[in-house]
Design a binder for this molecule. Structure first.
Ligand SMILES: Cc1cc2nc3c(=O)[nH]c(=O)nc-3n(C[C@H](O)[C@H](O)[C@H](O)COP(=O)(O)OP(=O)(O)OC[C@H]3O[C@@H](n4cnc5c(N)ncnc54)[C@H](O)[C@@H]3O)c2cc1C
Length: 275
């Protein structure tokens, strides 16, 4: 029996755990991944918007905020898979068969990158699917690449890759890109970048590695291929709510609905952070 079970150990879950410790509550943090930190592991840009903390990337930020995790008095279990959860009963059953009980549950499961769900997306992971423009751009020096998406992340990666790549083709399904105005201006004046709007990538093709993408324009009858060596996908994120979505009020995008004190519609169940 615990006072609080916190699900997820990203910045939100860890903040909650530190506060529980401060308040003398017995808290247990459950994390499915091998390491704590959540999305901080994929933040490669400097973090500058937190009071008195400026770090060169997410990992350094994580080191700063967790410098005294070992001194804090809460339990933290990584590589822990939750099999099921009963929010009304505040009961969590782990894949190992163990059952945990709490007075309160805090959901801090964050978000994950949305996938396209097209052929080649999984097959070419590490074989031409680019995870980060910033970290991998030198691997694609002088090559043709495709970026899929129309928001800030897609535009930013297209601009980063355009510094070294021969060509960058940006493919976006809607009529307008959602990226910030300053990025749009840079895209428009960048001769290395071609933008296809109202178009979708239907397949990623290749043998051992990525060799092309198949693109279908909204007004086109037949898909056509563009030869590329790399594909970077940034089509937004989705919340990690599969475990509880049927027990809680969620919005149309499956994010958890809370009030201003982060209470959900289930008593003593709270949701914090990106989720
Ligand atoms: C490229 C990039 C750059 C960013 N830059 C900035 C920035 O400069 N400044 C800023 O303020 N923010 C930035 N962010 C956003 C910031 O990283 C997120 O807002 C923050 O990580 C959200 O924290 P969280 O704890 O809510 O969720 P997450 O960080 O997503 O963590 C959720 C955790 O829950 C775990 N989890 C999920 N499901 C389960 C489950 N069923 N059981 C157990 N564990 C589970 C996950 O494994 C993960 O560890 C950036 C994000 C990205 C991707």
């Amino acid at each position: 029996m615990h006072d609080v079970i916190i699900i997820g150990s990203g910045p939100a879950g860890l903040s909650a755990a530190f506060w529980c410790d401060e308040l003398g509550l017995d808290a247990l943090v459950l994390e499915q991944a091998e390491e704590i930190g959540g999305q901080l592991h994929i933040v490669h840009n400097p973090i500058e918007n937190h009071l008195r903390v400026k770090t060169k990337n997410g990992k350094e930020f994580l080191e700063r905020i967790t410098a005294d995790v070992s001194k804090a008095d809460f339990d933290l279990w990584t590589q822990t898979t939750i099999e099921s959860i009963d929010l009304n009963a505040k009961r969590v059953t782990l894949q190992s068969g163990e059952t945990l009980q709490a007075i309160s549950i805090i959901i801090a499961t964050g978000v994950r990158r949305r996938k396209l769900g097209i052929a080649g997306e999984e097959e070419f992971q590490g074989k031409g699917i680019i995870d980060s423009g910033k970290l991998e751009r030198d691997l694609y020096k002088g090559k043709d690449v495709c970026v899929i998406g129309g928001g800030d992340a897609a535009a930013e990666n297209a601009l980063i890759l355009s510094d070294v790549c021969a060509t960058v083709t940006l493919v976006h399904r809607s009529k307008r890109l959602r990226a910030r105005r300053e990025m749009l201006e840079q895209l428009q004046t960048n001769h290395c970048i071609t933008v296809f709007t109202e178009s979708v990538v239907t397949r990623i093709l290749g043998n051992e590695e990525v060799e092309a993408v198949e693109v279908l324009r909204k007004d086109g009858l037949k898909p056509f291929q563009i030869a590329v060596k790399g594909v970077l996908i940034r089509i937004g994120v989705e919340p990690n709510t599969e475990l509880f979505a049927n027990q809680l009020q969620v919005d149309e995008r499956r994010y958890i609905v809370t009030n201003s004190t982060h209470e959900t519609n289930v008593a003593m169940v709270f949701a914090i952070g990106d989720v």
